[in-house]
Design a protein around this ligand. Structure first.
Ligand SMILES: NC(=O)c1ccc[n+]([C@@H]2O[C@H](COP(=O)([O-])OP(=O)(O)OC[C@H]3O[C@@H](n4cnc5c(N)ncnc54)[C@H](O)[C@@H]3O)[C@@H](O)[C@H]2O)c1
Length: 440
């Protein structure tokens, strides 16, 4: 059954969701106030890098089922489901999430929404936000809005696939009506046997931040072990492998390195602590401050390792391989590789960045960093190379070939993805986080 939906906010989440909705057979209108982003999408050009999404966008536009607008209109008002997908960044100068964009989007929508429509929030919000939105929207609309919370778990790099084949679907709602309407929209996904959870609204809001808090904890746990391994002759990579065989622990998200970043994990754990404090239970998630601190200390560690290797960084040439917060994405938000590059530059080094897709985004973000699109040229004159993002290109690079073309064969493997014996055999000095066994 085709449903008319609107998708409000067409960033990483919203653009993916809009395209996914078309793939599921629905008629979609995407609302995005940023004119540059809107025009780009209208022309079938994805304003960010996401594998497979560009071709799906082209298909969606060609099908005539995906339309765009910079604001609500009669067409979006006719939608039966409205998905709110706007950003909830960290508030400047505070750990809390900035919910002003979701609130503004909701209030704006309240002037257009019909009595029978369902509004489904997909953004990651502090628990209690949905209730505020519902009250505020209902007051503006003059009737009770059917509001539900439907958190999104997609991962950049596999966003469309994650949207179409999620691990689970979560819907938090006050009324059965909203649940049934959303189940109809997601029917093709539910027909695949996808686990479905209808929850109360606060739990649905909490699912997403709790999941991200758990994932962040797992990464920082192994990075805490790395700190201990580094001073005790141990090897956190081997340690992770050994404990990961225990199926209660599992080996995913247990790779030691320069830690997590991006537009979600860091701001979500900080926002979670801030919200818990407001609710008087700050001590319950106080440990997340440590998770955050462990994560940020790994960035300090790389700067420290560079200084140990090069001495005074003034005039030294350092090449950063990969600048996005993760491979298969050009997202630079809170990227560990970017922060390390900026700090090395501030310490006097000349940093050249290579990245398969993120150099354009980098030029406006951090113009003081040199950009080089050719891998060998980026590394040729470097006094030190740092692997900052584990793109396949770097994981599979030939150390013999690279070694024959560059001046200095020293690399810090910030992600622990290089085949250390192979690189050493090719004459490289490999410095790896969490591995005193490698670093001697
Ligand atoms: N990026 C991810 O991988 C991901 C995954 C799951 C959940 N989330 C959550 O989804 C939300 C959005 O994240 P994102 O990464 O897509 O952010 P984003 O910054 O890429 O996109 C947000 C978009 O909303 C638009 N917007 C702002 N105010 C608006 C308004 N009033 N009306 C319509 N559009 C408006 C912005 O112009 C922007 O294009 C956040 O809460 C985030 O935590 C993100």
């Amino acid at each position: 059954m085709t449903v008319k939906v609107s998708v409000i906010g067409l960033g990483y989440l919203g653009a993916t969701h809009a395209v996914a909705m078309v793939e599921l057979g629905h008629d979609v209108i995407g609302i995005e106030p940023d004119q540059i982003k809107l025009e780009s999408l209208r022309n079938g050009i994805l304003p960010f890098h996401e594998p497979g999404l560009g071709s799906a966008l082209t298909r969606a536009i060609a099908s005539g089922r995906l339309k765009f607008s910079s604001s609500h209109n009669q067409e979006s008002a006719a939608a039966e489901i409205h998905f709110i997908c706007v950003g909830t960044p960290q508030k400047p100068g505070s750990a809390a999430a900035d919910t002003s964009y979701v609130m503004a989007a909701a209030k704006d929508l309240a002037k257009w929404v019909s009595k029978t429509a369902v509004v489904a929030g997909k953004s990651t919000v502090p628990v209690g936000t949905a209730k505020l939105l519902r009250d505020s929207m209902s007051e503006i609309a003059g009737f009770n809005i059917h509001l539900a919370w439907n958190p999104e778990f997609l991962r950049e790099g596999t966003a469309l696939e994650d949207s179409l084949r999620p691990d689970r679907l979560v819907i938090g709602a006050w009324e059965e009506y909203s649940v049934e309407r959303l189940k109809a929209v997601y029917k093709p996904i539910l027909d695949l046997g996808t686990p479905f959870l209808a929850l109360d609204v606060p739990t649905a809001e909490l699912v997403k931040v709790a999941a991200n808090a758990f994932l962040a904890t797992k990464i920082s746990f192994i990075n805490a072990m790395a700190e201990v391994a580094e001073v005790s002759g141990g090897d956190a990579v081997a340690l992770a492998k050994a404990i990961g065989y225990d199926e209660r622990i599992g080996n995913k998200f247990l790779r030691t390195g320069i830690g997590f970043g991006g537009g979600c994990l860091p701001k979500d754990i900080r926002g979670f602590v801030a919200r818990a404090e407001e609710l008087g239970v700050g001590s319950a998630v106080e440990f997340l401050r440590h998770i955050d601190a462990i994560n940020l200390r790994r960035r300090d560690k790389v700067v420290e390792l560079a200084k140990v290797e090069l001495g005074n960084l003034h005039g030294k040439r350092i090449t950063m391989l990969g600048i996005s917060f993760k491979p298969d994405s050009d997202d630079l938000r809170d990227s560990p590789a970017l922060e390390i590059s900026q700090r090395l530059t501030a310490a006097g080094a000349t940093v050249t960045v290579h990245d398969p897709v993120s150099l354009d985004a980098l030029s406006s973000r951090s113009p003081e960093l040199n950009r080089e699109g050719d891998l060998v040229e980026a590394m040729r004159e470097a006094d030190l190379t740092i692997l900052g993002t584990e793109w396949k290109l770097y994981r599979e690079a030939d150390p013999h070939l690279l070694g024959s073309l560059v001046a200095t064969k020293t690399v810090i493997d910030g992600r622990n993805v290089l085949d250390v014996p192979a690189w050493q055999k090719a004459g490289w000095k490999v410095i790896a986080l969490g591995r005193s066994i490698v670093n001697g």
